[in-house]
Design a protein around this ligand. Sequence first.
Ligand SMILES: Cc1cc2nc3c(=O)[nH]c(=O)nc-3n(C[C@H](O)[C@H](O)[C@H](O)COP(=O)(O)OP(=O)(O)OC[C@H]3O[C@@H](n4cnc5c(N)ncnc54)[C@H](O)[C@@H]3O)c2cc1C
Length: 338
Amino acid sequence: MAQEHCVIIGNGPAANQAALTLRENSSDARITIVGQEPFPHYRPHLLPEYITGRLSQDDLCVNPPAFYKECGIKVRLGQKVVHVDFNKRELVLDHKEVISFGGLIIASGGKQRIPEHLQVFDDLMLTLKTPADAAQWIEQLSQVDSVLIVGGDLTSLSLTKALLSLEKRVIFMLNEDSFWPVPLCNELSEKIKHMLTERGVEVIKAGRIKRVTRVSGRSLEVETDNKTLRVGILGAFFGMTPNVKFLARSGLDIERGVLVDEYLQTRFDLVYAAGDCAQVYHPTIKDYWVSIGYQNAINLGKVAGLNLLGGMLSVDASPESIFFVDGIIVNTSWWTEF
Ligand SMILES: Cc1cc2nc3c(=O)[nH]c(=O)nc-3n(C[C@H](O)[C@H](O)[C@H](O)COP(=O)(O)OP(=O)(O)OC[C@H]3O[C@@H](n4cnc5c(N)ncnc54)[C@H](O)[C@@H]3O)c2cc1C
């Protein structure tokens, strides 16, 4: 394997850890990272700070480009994988270029989950996953004074903090979908309401959003079951879902994410998946769990890298760290710390 071309789809923490692990354990492996975003590997949890202007784009970056040159890792930015042919062992990029691989690690992460009833308003809502999303927030915040946050996850809480520091009016709409995948019981809902109100956030308990209309360049009208609100920005925060649509016709086993065994191997030889895009089998609970979170992604990236080189490491996930919500089995310290 060490002489073959090892390709990694994605440029997040799982992908980067996989690439570095491959390099540390094989000095002659040919390693390529293919990432669809134009940005070098960044820390997503710093995006809210970046929106406030207190951090620059350089502050988001984990390693300078020279680092990858020194390590002999080729990084192809702004190149989206649109298909993988596992029989030919090739991946196809959106500009039609074909890249051959001997070993492959899929680390395509997650994308924002938008509940079905809100998908029709997609282009009227902002989410926050990438520096490109952050740029949209920065641009729109320069023109408006108020933000309505719907859904709610840990990202939305840190963004709320950032918005308050910019002296914006923040309205937080709590409903049963908030803080997915953590179930929002009455007690938790009251606790969050208290915490947010104390910081100057207007918390409203409204039903579901029924309609969103743009009334002017700086204003949206949001209609719920029991309220109509005028706001500058509507921010949607409903957690993440694995980003695996481009693999749909590849022959991989996919449920929510790419199904892998406890060694992170897919059904194809020398093909692994790691990070938020993976759904990992747990031999004790005898079911698959979805990973959400930065540290999990790094851990899985390391295991995938070592196993691609012939190791047999199983993922270290204690059954206690895995919890079940809304039919989804999740493993993340990020959420349980909440
Ligand atoms: C604003 C924000 C705050 C967060 N805060 C925390 C926190 O405090 N603690 C915590 O534990 N977690 C936090 N998270 C979650 C954490 O960042 C993710 O769980 C982690 O980044 C997952 O890593 P990953 O490598 O699996 O995927 P990602 O980081 O999602 O990376 C996936 C990569 O794959 C690329 N990609 C996707 N599809 C393709 C394709 N078809 N072709 C090529 N490339 C592709 C993407 O461009 C990206 O580079 C936060 C996330 C956000 C957005």
